[in-house]
Ligand binder design. Sequence first.
Ligand code: FAD
Length: 422
Amino acid sequence: MASITAAGLPVPHRVAVVGAGMVGLSTAWFLQEHGVEVTVLDREGVAAGSSWGNAGWLTPGIATPLPEPAVLKYGLRAVLSPSSPVYVPPSADPRFLKFVAGFTRHSTMKAWKQAMGSLVPVNDLSLESFDLLTAGGVEGETVEAKSFLASYRTEAERVTLLEEIEHIHAAGQAIEFEALTGDQARAIEPSLSDEIGAAILLKGQRFVNPGAFVHALADSVRARGGKILDAATVSDVRDTGAGVVVTTREGSVEEFDAAVLATGAWLGDLARRFGVKNVVQAGRGYSFSVEIEHVPNGPVYFPAERVACTPIGDRLRVAGMMEFRKPEAALDPRRIKAIAEAARPLLRGADLDHRQDEWVGSRPCTADGLPLIGATKSPRVYAVGGHGMWGITLGPVTGRLLAQTMVTGKQVDALRPFNPLR
Ligand SMILES: Cc1cc2nc3c(=O)[nH]c(=O)nc-3n(C[C@H](O)[C@H](O)[C@H](O)COP(=O)(O)OP(=O)(O)OC[C@H]3O[C@@H](n4cnc5c(N)ncnc54)[C@H](O)[C@@H]3O)c2cc1C
């Protein structure tokens, strides 16, 4: 490792990573690959944020930007109804209004194509980045999805995703698929009910138990000499000109060579003072797990209902909703019920009335649908997050490329579109 980076700064030897989710821990792990000493601070603990109860899909083939014309049209129709899969409560919060204005501006086909083009190079490295982690000693498992079925009541409902797949292909993203009838889909996946009349089988994707994987990642960071501090709420990060001082609300003050802010839906709290003006808005989602007679072989997706199901051990995790509220707001049981009722007619043998692990978490969403990855206006303070619906899929590749940028000081080309100061 050189002692001076291409940017003319000393290579950081001691780095603080704020946030012990998939993104922060992946960055810490890949920094360790370059010999950097890491301390990860989290105000609660490992996987306390959105990295726990999410759907765990590792699906680079459909990791697309959230703002697009169809989502905007759908979102506007669904506004204000507590049982609809998208919930936008009335709000006069200026940051939220800025997010909505930006999201609307980016919901054009032209903006989508440009953003999709930016995601393709990182999507392409995403699964191999998981393999680097597991080959490097992370005892977590990623599972090949023997089947990944996007399932619909009618062929007409399926058109939206078929069109999106055409656009995904046109942007250069590989994704293999097959259009199936309802009977063909049920032959593969008996837990689909008779209501399902059409499906799309996506190939080459994987899934993971996200909480278990992130804990395995944390164990590996610790085993390689990294420190992970729970109950460490970072209240201030200051660039002194020679290093970075990190202060916690619990009373610790420590100096590092550099700091990485990886605080998910809370990214703005610490990153704003370093020139990161992009709003990271919580797009809250809910999940729970149920018993099901036949545990599916892979994810089952009901796009029209916005419900995502994933086999986790011997249970089925059912997830959904996009609720634009503050990340710390309480779980709203009406949303859990809405997801259960949307899934009920479509799943066979699922015990939706005996739910466990009811959970709410926040997708860290940006208005242009792209993550924020890189140096802030301080060359010693980095921001990383805002992956929206895809922070599990893209966490490891993000950490890998950011660590490379930090130790070489050279901008990695694939990260250029994600400049946090854009
Ligand atoms: C319902 C649902 C389903 C999803 N499904 C998928 C999926 O199938 N595939 C996929 O790729 N993605 C999925 N996502 C998105 C994914 O969960 C997120 O993008 C990802 O977890 C973000 O990771 P992160 O590390 O940036 O944030 P987080 O996991 O939220 O981590 C941030 C951490 O920072 C800590 N923190 C915050 N502020 C401070 C502070 N001041 N000091 C110290 N610590 C602090 C928090 O405690 C938290 O632990 C889903 C999300 C939801 C809600």
